[in-house]
Design a protein around this ligand. Structure first.
Ligand code: SF4
Length: 371
């Protein structure tokens, strides 16, 4: 495969090995740092593995983001969405406003509500249970992908219960899957700079495992391109790989490239402009090589990359386009290049142009629907 390509013997050895077995952290670090034309064989290998593992379907879900509040006590350095409670732009949706959003999405065929927001100072377990009951009472057939490990850990503390007990209650109230947000970069060094108030690495791992133990599967994410090193990107993916080997509880892996323009750390003078295009491609390709069929679904965040580059990333090992979203205000606040709503037709066009098959899915990749 590599005979005609400009590739070093070390890169060739690692790529050849990756076709049949796991690559090590050291080998992943080598791939993450290759430059120039060597990138092409890496992308081709990741795309080949994607084809072997999940075939040529590209999935996405008809979903709707309901960002119930932007009031947040955590205030991460990368986030342009969270606001102090006394900020003139601060809000919290009431029941009527939440149902209005849900109603619009459900009448448009939404299969999932994504409940995400800030870490509100008054949000305890009763508040999150209320949101679930409100939506499940009115839309029992729409699955709920909701909350973050930080929110749930804080709410359990506020309500005087342990995390396992909290997830049992959330599951009974209708929480179907847990977004793997708040992971950002799973090294305490980086977290101390970008999100010191969030759960630590150990707490994030403990929280997602507690959810998975009661049967709430969920996504794993990485938010990269800010203050972390290349080695920390690999370290993060390796942590996700280890958890999945132990629990099998992740439904997908979602790399999210840092959008610097409106982030507090950028506005305060931190000069990192985010990952470059080839860094994005290498992140996806190395993720495919490290996760292989252990986490078969690797999702492109078109809302962060824009439609055109998201389509290119589908040739670097990814097989899922996320969702139609229906208003992701966190990404909108960060400057989403192509907006935060996509029609099924828009996503399908990108996929068909690659010669692949657009397929709608449910939250857990267990049901698929022809378009
Ligand atoms: S990323 Fe989430 S927790 Fe962090 S400031 Fe934004 S809304 Fe708050």
């Amino acid at each position: 495969m590599f005979d005609e390509l400009p590739v070093s013997s070390k890169t060739e050895r690692i790529l050849t090995k990756s076709l049949d077995e796991d690559i090590s952290v050291e080998e992943a670090n080598h791939l993450m740092n290759i430059r120039g034309s060597e990138i092409h064989p890496l992308l081709a290998t990741a795309d080949f593995l994607r084809h072997q593992i999940v075939g040529d379907n590209v999935t996405f879900i008809n979903n709707c983001n309901i960002n119930f509040t932007n009031i947040c006590t955590v205030r991460c350095g990368f986030c342009a969405f969270g606001k102090d409670a006394d900020d003139p732009d601060a809000y919290i949706l009431n029941d009527e406003q939440i149902l209005e959003k849900a109603d619009g999405a459900a009448s448009n065929g939404a299969r999932e509500f994504t409940l995400m927001g800030g870490v509100h100072p008054d949000a305890d377990m009763d508040y999150y249970l209320h949101l679930l009951n409100l939506l499940k009472d009115n839309y029992p057939d729409v699955s709920i992908h909701g909350f973050s490990p930080t929110m749930i850990r804080d709410a359990c503390l506020a309500s005087g219960m342990d995390v396992a007990e909290g997830f049992e209650m959330l599951k009974s109230a209708g929480l179907d899957t847990l977004p793997g947000t708040a992971a950002e970069i799973l090294t305490d060094r980086s977290r101390e700079i970008i999100c010191p108030e969030k759960v630590s690495v150990a707490e994030w791992i403990d929280t997602v495992k507690a959810a998975q133990e009661v049967g709430i599967k969920g996504s794993a994410t990485i938010m990269y391109g800010h203050v972390e090193t290349m080695e920390e990107r690999v370290e993060h993916i390796d942590i996700i790989r280890s958890i999945q080997q132990e629990t099998g509880g992740f439904t997908e892996f979602i790399p999210m490239t840092f959008m610097h323009e409106f982030s507090p750390i950028f506005l305060e003078g931190q000069k990192n402009l985010g990952a470059t295009g080839t860094q994005d491609l290498k992140l996806y390709a190395v993720s495919r090589l490290m996760l292989r069929d252990l986490i078969p679904n690797i999702q492109v965040s078109w809302v962060k990359m824009g439609f055109r580059f998201a389509q290119v990333v589908l040739t670097a090992g990814a097989n899922d386009l996320g969702g139609t979203l229906g208003g992701d205000e966190l990404s909108e606040a960060s400057g989403a290049p192509d907006g935060v709503d996509a029609s099924i037709e828009t996503l399908s066009r990108m996929v068909k142009d690659l010669g692949r098959n657009p397929i709608e899915r449910n939250s857990t990749y267990t049901e698929f629907y022809d378009i």
